[in-house]
Ligand binder design. Structure first.
Ligand code: THU
Length: 157
């Protein structure tokens, strides 16, 4: 029997420690929370994706009265990004969320499992790691890749 540990390393930054491009990406994810349509959960999520063509595509969660018909911010953003710019490759993703009090969450919001799987597709297409920046009110947690958030991912059939 062999034991293998799968480690997900995170880095926590203050806002001031972020590079200019990352700060812009985080700001755009935060701004995108304002465009969430979340009348049911009142939890507003924004995602921003930096593409290698210089574009930044944003998305927000879009809920529906038939609850499962709604979509998370991350998938709204990545599906739009790849349908709008099919030739572009993902460089980095930022995610931010505001709770029912309207304030940015004190702890970062990580993408749900379905969004990790969807984002992984575009990381594989890019052929390199796509860093994920999870923005909270006073800090940003960086994850080295989508793959690191989805150990034992389904990647082929
Ligand atoms: N949500 C996202 O947009 N992204 C996530 O990663 C987690 C959850 C949305 C779905 C729903 O509209 C609301 O947050 C509450 O679950």
């Amino acid at each position: 029997m062999k034991t293998t540990d799968i480690i997900c390393r995170t880095e926590t930054y203050t806002y001031a420690e972020l590079s200019e491009p990352v700060r812009l990406l985080v700001d755009m994810a935060k701004k995108a929370t304002e465009r969430a349509y979340a009348p049911y959960s009142r939890f507003s999520v924004g995602a921003a994706i930096a593409l290698d063509n210089g574009e930044i595509v944003t998305g927000s969660n879009q809920e529906n009265v038939a609850y499962p018909s709604g979509l998370c911010a991350e998938r709204t953003a990545c599906f739009y990004a790849h349908s709008r710019f099919p030739e572009a490759r993902f460089e980095a993703v930022a995610i931010a969320a505001r709770g029912t009090d309207g304030k940015f969450t004190s702890e970062p919001t990580a993408p749900c499992g379905a969004c990790r799987q969807a984002l992984l597709e575009y990381e594989m297409l890019a052929g390199h790691d796509v860093r994920i920046y999870l923005a909270a009110a006073d800090k940003v947690v960086a994850l080295p890749s989508v793959k690191s958030t989805l150990p034992l991912a389904f990647t082929d059939f």
